[in-house]
Design a protein around this ligand. Structure first.
Ligand code: ADP
Ligand code: ADP
Length: 217
């Protein structure tokens, strides 16, 4: 059965890393609103123009914009393979929109996986983060280098990039946004009995194994 999940955790918790593993290993679809917004910024669309400065500052893009792009993405054919929401929902308004969208599209949420992390470690994780410029696979200067130096493990590209908002000041703002607006949506899912906690401070492989056990359980 195709499973639909949310990965929830502060910036740097490992959501993108674990989502890309699930895509590779289980053929699930990664729905990263951050990636969708960065693509809009790169393409210079109207949404991209509105989102660019907000993202650079580490603040949240408006619920209206994000709900719109997610709704359109949920209409695509590959959604039936099971999806991983990575970076959405981030506010109570988005959680309510998601409930409505899923109901309207006849989709169900199976698990909300909360990555529990030590916030002090996150600045270090984020400021060392870089990704493949072609396929977005995440790497880290110390914790996860490509197996062959300078070559993406997944797609073989030799181009990498760093995000403009992965600096300490924007990261502090993103953490504050998470605490103020995103963490408070957890009780909404706890009430549905679908929250599972995973120790996000373990190694990438250990976190993957813990998530795998939840999905297979
Ligand atoms: P998020 O999507 O939650 O913001 P990422 O998956 O991009 O987080 O991870 C942030 C950085 O930390 C990346 O450079 C990634 O390689 C690294 N990272 C992810 N998970 C771990 C882990 N379990 N241990 C150490 N480093 C990790
Ligand atoms: P991270 O991996 O560090 O958690 P993301 O890539 O998910 O960060 O998001 C980067 C930025 O994109 C956020 O700081 C915010 O400006 C914007 N963004 C992404 N998803 C959302 C969302 N669901 N609601 C509002 N803003 C979002």
């Amino acid at each position: 059965m195709a499973l639909n999940i949310i990965l929830l955790g502060p910036p740097g918790a490992g959501k993108g890393t674990q989502a890309s593993r699930l895509v590779e290993e289980r053929g699930m679809v990664q729905l990263s609103t951050g990636d969708m917004l960065r693509a809009a910024v790169a393409a210079g669309t109207e949404i991209g123009l509105k989102a660019k400065a907000v993202m650079a500052a580490g603040e949240l893009v408006s619920d209206e914009i994000v709900d719109g792009i997610l709704s359109a993405r949920l209409d695509e054919d590959d959604i039936g393979r099971g999806f991983i929401l990575d970076g959405y929902p981030r506010t109570a308004v988005q959680a309510a929109s998601l409930d409505r969208l899923l109901a309207a599209k006849g989709l169900k949420l199976h698990h909300v996986i909360e990555l529990e992390v030590d916030e002090d470690a996150l600045v270090d994780r984020i400021t060392g983060r870089f990704t493949c410029a072609r396929c977005n696979t995440p790497y880290h200067d110390r914790y996860k280098l490509p197996q062959t130096p300078g070559v993406c493990d997944v797609c073989g590209s030799t181009e990498f990039k760093r995000r403009p908002d992965d600096n300490e000041e924007a990261v502090r703002t993103r953490m504050a946004e998470y605490r103020a607006k995103t963490a408070p949506i957890l009780p909404h899912y706890q009430a549905q009995g679908i929250v599972r906690r995973v120790d996000g401070m373990a190694t990438v492989d250990e976190v993957s194994a813990a998530i795998g056990a939840i999905l297979d359980g």
